[in-house]
Write a protein that binds this ligand. Structure first.
Ligand SMILES: [Fe+2]
Length: 385
């Protein structure tokens, strides 16, 4: 009779995994915010309802598997529910194993990381007056830390003239007021000390238009000899994108979302393009870009990797997934707003001919970080010797 309990755990697991998979994938499309929030509510409701109902109905009352009833008395509808949950559980654990088996691509030649406790450097946790402030006080929350990473990577088609080019990549600042301005000013100061040749920001700058006033003391403090380039993300899309672009452009940053930008060194072209697809229905074109040009794409979501590969992009920089923000033991990240779930949560991926770097971002709408530090990354590009 107690055989039902392991099955019940499979049902709970399958129900959770199915809800997470649907919610993650809905975030990967351009859908009205209300619909996405509704999916959250239904998911959270089912997280409670399904375990209770499956424990009480087939478990205790009809047919009462926990009280010794025969499995043959189980209604076919419940068999269907059990089968769906079992299959979803299998797929879920398969995806966890697949992520564990994934190796860092050999295109990564070297990695150096250092961690900073920004709250300790400031002398106090920089909590602002935004929403969800209570979350910043949860034990173990690492929202005010920072990981500074340098990755030396191999770009096979890198022209000799661009050997050693360094790119500062950061993403997802999510100015909402909860993580205070002092945190971002400190992070930007650390980032500026990395002395990169060019700087790229890959979207989700604001969650509150009023906090555009923070931009001069944050993005405005970053400088690089070859320029600063940006695109916007889905959270910016929910605000006034034109006003955000104007504010960032005034600081001397270059928007590459509509038109690309070319740099030239010893006759070798580096072409920078941007994609805010699917939230802005405009895809970059590489039609007039010379075959020999190095192609770098800023795309808010890593879901655009397939398109980037078709466009023979050499290096793609993304954010959006925040590394999942919370990484559970064994399981890893759970919630990632992607059509690929948490596969491209964060890190380096190579799918020929494109090397993809997904940043964990600096913050999020919800100030929660467990096992997933905010990050800035300096990528140093190398060519085949
Ligand atoms: Fe984001």
């Amino acid at each position: 009779m107690w055989w039902y309990l392991p099955w019940w755990l499979v049902i709970c697991n399958g129900n959770t995994a199915l809800g997470v998979a649907i919610v993650n994938r809905l975030h990967g499309y351009r859908l009205p915010e209300r619909l996405v929030h509704l999916s959250h509510k239904i998911h959270y409701l089912l997280l409670v309802i399904v375990p209770c109902v499956t424990l009480l109905v087939p478990g205790w009352f009809a047919p009462g598997l926990l009280r010794g009833a025969s499995w043959s008395a189980l209604h076919p509808g419940w068999w269907l529910v059990f089968a769906i949950c079992a299959v979803t559980s299998l797929i879920f654990w398969g995806s966890v194993i697949r992520r564990h088996c994934r190796r860092t691509p050999t295109q990564q030649l070297r990695i150096q990381t250092q961690q900073r406790d920004i709250a300790a450097e400031l002398g106090a946790a920089p909590v602002g007056d935004g929403p969800y402030r209570w979350m910043t006080r949860l034990p173990g929350n690492e929202v005010f830390r920072l990981e500074i990473t340098q990755r030396d990577v191999l770009i096979p088609r890198l022209p000799a003239a661009w050997e050693g080019l360094s790119i500062l990549h950061f993403s997802d600042a999510h100015f909402i007021g909860t993580v205070g301005r002092a945190y971002f000013e400190k992070v930007i100061a650390h980032a500026q000390r990395l002395s990169a040749d060019l700087i790229c920001f890959t979207g989700d700058l604001l969650d509150d238009m009023a906090l555009a006033s923070w931009l001069p003391e944050t993005l405005g403090r970053l400088h690089a000899p070859l320029g600063r380039y940006y695109i916007l993300g889905n959270h910016d899309w929910q605000l006034d994108m034109d006003a955000i672009r104007q504010a960032v452009n005034r600081l001397g940053w270059q928007d590459v979302s509509i038109a690309g930008h070319q740099l030239e060194r010893d006759g070798h072209i580096l072409h920078l393009a941007g994609s805010e697809y699917p939230w802005i229905d405009h895809q970059p074109t590489f039609e007039n870009v010379p075959e020999t040009a190095l192609r770098i794409l800023l795309s808010h979501t890593p879901d655009n990797l397939g398109r980037a590969r078709r466009d023979r992009v050499d290096l793609m920089l993304s954010g959006h997934n925040h590394g999942g923000q919370i990484r559970l033991p064994v399981i890893g990240p759970v919630y990632c707003p992607s059509r690929f779930g948490c596969y491209y949560a964060a890190g380096l991926f190579f799918e020929s001919p494109t090397l993809l770097h997904v940043s964990r971002g600096l913050a999020g709408r919800h100030p929660l970080r467990y096992g997933c530090l905010p990050e800035v990354t300096k990528l140093v590009l190398h060519r085949l010797k």
